[in-house]
Design a protein around this ligand. Structure first.
Ligand SMILES: [Zn+2]
Length: 199
């Protein structure tokens, strides 16, 4: 009897360990504010980084799952690396895969861009951005590229590059507007959490 108990105990330990292993597998769910991964500088990606293709695949999947999503940065799926995907989905699809993107130059003129963020669902604000930018980056094959963009693509590039430096769109607002948006977000967020709990 004692042996049987030991065996059962052993099986339970194995199951528990098995469960832990499953939990340790990376999930790549969308990370929401104020998760620390969204608030810190991401690492530069080394040429030939073997993880990059997996991260691109996950980002692209989420980019096309949500019709309203026009860009995503790796920290938004919990990966602190300088990787971004963008498709503004205007006039057909054009996917940009960007590694270590940086703004090489920008226009003097700025405009307000109406923005939201998958990591801060339910709130929106008008953010002051450069009208046009030139962004240098490496593509998914680690080839150096640059893109000159204006309008929505320029705004989107600036929003996603901000993510790589731990900056959310709310960090571009005045202190009072930022506080207002955060308050609104926290309120709707806790209501949404409560709803899920009550289901
Ligand atoms: Zn965002």
């Amino acid at each position: 009897m004692l042996d049987m108990k030991k065996t059962k105990f052993g099986i339970m330990i194995l199951l528990f360990v098995g469960g832990c292993v499953t939990k340790q597998e990376r999930s790549f769910d969308i990370v929401e504010y104020p998760s620390p991964v969204l608030l810190r500088e991401c690492e530069n990606v080394a040429i030939g980084d073997t993880e990059a293709s997996l991260i691109f695949r996950e980002l692209e999947k989420k980019l096309y799952e949500d019709e309203s999503c026009v860009g995503l940065a790796a920290p938004q799926i919990g990966v602190s690396k300088k990787i971004v995907v963008i498709d503004i989905k205007e006039g057909g699809n054009h996917l940009y895969r960007l590694i270590n993107p940086k703004i090489a130059s920008h226009s003097k003129e700025m405009s307000f861009s109406p923005e939201g963020c998958a990591s801060m669902p339910g709130v929106y604000a008008n953010v002051l951005r450069y009208n046009s930018v030139i962004v240098e980056y490496m593509d998914h094959n680690f080839q150096t590229q640059s893109v000159k963009a204006n309008g929505l693509l320029a705004f989107c590039l600036q929003h996603e590059i901000d993510h790589l430096h731990g900056k959310m769109f709310i960090d571009r607002l005045s202190a009072s507007e930022r506080a207002q948006i955060v308050k609104k977000y926290e309120k709707s967020h806790s209501l949404a959490k409560q709803k899920v709990k009550n289901q």
